[in-house]
Design a protein around this ligand. Structure first.
Ligand SMILES: NC(=O)c1ccc[n+]([C@@H]2O[C@H](COP(=O)([O-])OP(=O)(O)OC[C@H]3O[C@@H](n4cnc5c(N)ncnc54)[C@H](OP(=O)(O)O)[C@@H]3O)[C@@H](O)[C@H]2O)c1
Length: 302
């Protein structure tokens, strides 16, 4: 029996983990997030504890009480521009809270699965494997690299799962994703500008959740790339979405990243080589086209 504690359960990955793990009879699950449980309506049987990961006393208490075998740390400040403008807040959540989580995992002998990002790289020479050197160009990337350094020194079992441009449908979040944004804009006859100079291996949120579970199930240790397999620009992705829903592609305009004035710089070419996760964890991501179909189906459910 695995006892799994998830941080940030209200978020995109947290929700997908809850959906994946709740039905499993070989898992005892505790979902945690700051504030209230936003998932009570869709998962009425989910055990939830409010836990702010920036509060070390709370982290220690909840971990000590639940006694997990594994902790999946998804909570983070994930808005890249917000990290640039609120650097103190980003350090508190993306660096300091990781130290608190590590401390609790060390004390209670918990296997930590920590989530990281392609934004630890400068994007000059992607796709990257697990051995590539980090060199962030945004504050978000800096804080996530600092977190990795903390996790790598942890005196408990740990795995770092790095991921890229995660997309999926979230419940009660007021947040869209690239598939629905393109579909809904084109359906409304709106012209959209989409960048052609950023390359990524987009990740279906369900695949990332599965990657986390595989890491738990196999007690994986070390760094793993968990993303999609295909390298696309957001423009390519928009064209595939238009194809899938049979929408007017002439509404999709090409744009340079530099045409958007955003506080944080974006790495041009990231993307991951995922052969290690395929070989060692049996990870098998969906194609982007399969991902579009899954998102479309769920969009009508929530
Ligand atoms: N999404 C991506 O494209 C992407 C790409 C690469 C890496 N990642 C990494 O993957 C992980 C999961 O990302 P995600 O997309 O699921 O993020 P997300 O949707 O932003 O979810 C993060 C969750 O953490 C919660 N949270 C924020 N501050 C907290 C605190 N102090 N204590 C406890 N919970 C707190 C948030 O709560 P509220 O709901 O209250 O805000 C939110 O529900 C992150 O570590 C991220 O860095 C994500």
């Amino acid at each position: 029996m695995k006892r799994i504690l998830i941080t940030g359960s209200n978020g995109l990955l947290g929700q997908k983990l809850a959906a994946l793990l709740l039905p499993r009879t070989d898992v005892e699950l505790l979902a945690t997030s700051r504030g209230d449980n936003k998932l009570a309506e869709i998962f009425p049987t989910l055990s939830f504890a409010s836990m702010d990961v920036t509060n070390p006393v709370e982290v220690e208490r909840v971990v000590a009480e639940f006694k997990p075998t594994h902790l999946i740390h998804t909570a983070a400040m994930t808005n890249v521009d917000q990290c640039e403008t609120d650097q103190e807040g980003a350090l508190r959540l993306n660096r300091d809270a990781v130290a608190f989580v590590v401390e609790a995992c060390e004390k209670h002998n918990v296997h930590l699965i920590h989530l990281s990002t392609d934004f630890i790289f400068d994007g000059e020479d992607g796709p990257y494997d697990e051995e590539a050197e980090g060199n962030p160009i945004s504050f978000y990337g800096e804080t996530k690299l600092m977190a990795e350094e903390i996790v790598k020194k942890a005196r408990c079992k740990w795995a770092i799962l790095r991921t890229v441009l995660v997309y999926g449908v979230v419940h009660d979040y007021g947040r869209t994703n690239i598939v629905l944004w393109v579909r809904d804009s084109l359906r409304a006859g709106k012209v959209i500008k989409v960048v052609t100079d950023q390359f990524r291996t987009p990740t279906l949120a369900e695949d990332l959740a599965m990657g986390c579970w595989l890491a738990v199930e196999r007690d994986a240790e070390g760094v793993y790339n968990i993303s999609g397999k295909e390298m696309y620009t957001p423009y390519d992705m928009a064209m595939l979405v238009a194809d899938y829903f049979d929408l007017d592609k002439s509404l999709i305009d090409k744009a340079d990243g530099s045409t958007f004035s955003q506080p944080a710089k974006r790495p041009p070419r990231t993307g991951f080589i995922i052969t290690k996760a395929e070989r060692e964890l049996g990870y098998r991501p969906h194609t982007f086209e399969e991902g579009i179909a899954m998102v479309a189906e769920q969009a009508d459910m929530y």
